[in-house]
Design a protein around this ligand. Structure first.
Ligand SMILES: Cc1cc2nc3c(=O)[nH]c(=O)nc-3n(C[C@H](O)[C@H](O)[C@H](O)COP(=O)(O)O)c2cc1C
Length: 184
């Protein structure tokens, strides 16, 4: 069976991040054909086009890792009804230098995770907008808005909610099909 490399990108740097816990829960449940690994975006210098002549090594590493992936799975918190700066910065860094967009054509899906009950809808759709521009075909359905996240995990960070587990399975099955259809 062909294995597809999936870069898992989490837009929170918190150790106890609910997005990270959700990413880990989904990684544990990953379908056999999807080989998922976390792509670290912490410590990525802020994008500044003036540095492109001699880019920071962290930018180059990120661009290589994106290029190496067959697909992308994003987990985003919502900050002030949008995407956290750290995640937007990663999108910007990966999209340049001009004409060398590392994201180009990679199948993706977005999960937003929030402690609130609007479930990161704003961040989810702002991220979708940026991904459209960098030519990332992003799965439309099912959508994943995970709200009230603090109630879903035990003290060890394990997902305890059975209906959420069921939903994650459905979501991952659809993502697997999406990746198989689009990945080159
Ligand atoms: C600067 C900031 C802005 C926030 N804005 C929102 C928001 O617009 N909508 C929302 O649902 N939660 C908001 N929150 C609360 C986050 O949902 C909460 O901090 C969540 O735990 C972040 O995800 P994480 O656990 O993965 O770090 C905000 C939190 C911070 C720190």
């Amino acid at each position: 069976m062909k294995k597809y490399k999936i870069a898992v990108i989490v837009g929170s740097l918190r150790k106890e991040s609910f997005n990270l816990k959700t990413a880990k829960a989904m990684m544990e449940m990953a379908p056999e054909s999807l080989d998922m690994s976390l792509l670290d975006i912490s410590g990525l210098p802020m994008f500044n086009e003036d540095l492109e002549g001699n880019p920071p090594k962290e930018w180059e590493t990120l661009r290589e890792k994106i290029s190496d992936a067959d697909g992308l799975l994003f987990f985003t918190p919502e900050y002030n009804r949008s995407v956290p700066g750290v995640l937007k910065n990663a999108i910007d860094v990966g999209s340049r230098p001009y004409g060398e967009n590392s994201w180009n054509g990679k199948p993706a899906a977005i999960v937003s995770v929030s402690i609130g009950n609007i479930s990161g809808f704003g961040a989810n759709h702002h991220l979708r907008q940026s991904l459209t521009f960098v030519n990332v075909p992003t799965m439309a359905q099912p959508e994943a808005y995970i709200g009230d996240a603090s109630a879903l995990y035990d003290d060890n960070g394990k997902l305890t909610n059975d209906s959420t587990k069921e939903f994650f399975k459905t979501y991952l099955d659809a993502f697997e099909e999406w990746v198989h259809t689009i990945a080159k």
